[in-house]
Design a protein around this ligand. Sequence first.
Ligand code: SF4
Ligand code: SF4
Length: 499
Amino acid sequence: MAAPFDTPVLGDVDERRIPALKVGAMAESKPYVATAAHQEPLGFPGVLEDGWEKKAIGRMGELLGKYRSLQVFMDICVKCGACTDKCQYFLGTGDPKNMPVARADLFRSVYRRYFTTAGKLTPGLVGARDMTKEVLDEWFNYFHQCSQCRRCSVFCPSGIDTAEISMAARDIMDTIGQGQKYCNEIIGKVHKVGNNLGLPAPALLNTLEGLEEDILDETGVPVKLPIDVHGAEVLLVTPSADFFAEPHVLGLIGYAKVFHAAGVSWTLSTLASEAGNFGMFIGNYEQMRKISMRIRDAALALGVKRIIFGECGHAWRVAYSFLNTLAGPWDFLDPRYPVPQHILEFTNDLITRKGIKLDKSGNDGMVLTVHDSCNVARGARMGDRPGGQFTIPRDVIRASVPKLIDMHPDTICEKTFCCGGGGGVLTDELLDLRLKGALPRMEAIKEVADRDQVNFVAMICAICKAQFTKVLPYYGFKMSMAGGVHQLVSTAIVLGNEQ
Ligand code: SF4
Ligand code: SF4
């Protein structure tokens, strides 16, 4: 159960100030520790075993040797302070250990003790610390108060990416037997069943049939949601939340309508029924690779020509940045298309060359704003121009709704805030953290809602959708105010005469 907590009071986005420091405010905030039942199927020790301290230092050494960036991040911080007020978790909690530089120092202090001469000889003078249970507990708590959103790295003059440090810390904790239950349980479900929700194939098929009936009732058009169709042109890999969660499922209906209207054959896959890849959240490339291989296996088995990803922020970051390395080469796919492709690139291309027709009156009365999902904004791209990950979603929205108003410039595009639930913190026992981490985004929404009568926030991430629908009501907004971009396409698209 989550601890009791208060919803922060919304301030003025223009008047943002560094919050009053609340030392230790979040010292007790932590996720559940994974049990042996969650750890062992992933190949991690079930519990902390004797000698874990040495093992942790050994793993740290391996990671420092393997990832040059991690080694550099340890040595180049000049404590300039530029990052201190840039993390939504610090802004929402006031806990100084949620300043990115302080979070990184939890790792850096141990690094100094074992990997620098000064730290070995005079630890007290250089802030070096032994790896103790107390330090490990602090790591567990505060590295799970980072959503790996990379906002801090945008403001750091040296480009230090605290997200990468958090990932390394989580990898080390898994390696020694102190993993996080939420992420590791979900990864276990993907290996065993195929998706984060543990939705077995028959349930998936039933759901898709039900959605086809709903669309037929609503539109009179027999739009299909095909699955495991050999020889289809496109394999759509989408977050499993799209199969049943609200508002996610409305986006899935939107993708189906787009494929239908464009006359492109497509299929989902029971083998690759998950776009999400929590291997990234735990910083473990082997898990990321294993999860990604399901997509390769499905594409080969179905003989598709292209792979398109649905709306999911971290899934797109993994796909865009790592899929080729993790599961390539993709030389069996059609070389005319990028691998992978995002559903927004696909839809935007159709809009641009008039391959589908949208009627904005389907979304009459909506005044939109866009929440740029952090993993897409700072960890990936879309299209073939810099910034395409910002312009393409907005172009599709403008084609679908009458009015789009952007939020304060310090809160969008590359400076976007995390929704507060990314990076493996979307779990109930961290609701206090999620609520407080959402504060800067909620303030920016309030500004456009009060000034411009914005009544809907569009996003392209399954985790953002889940987080927003949970936290919006705490801040006095309607839960239904959040939804995906293809939800808007779905209500604007003209069906029926395209064949
Ligand atoms: S990566 Fe994001 S959540 Fe983590 S410290 Fe930086 S700003 Fe905060
Ligand atoms: S902005 Fe960069 S260099 Fe400055 S304190 Fe933060 S991490 Fe260190």
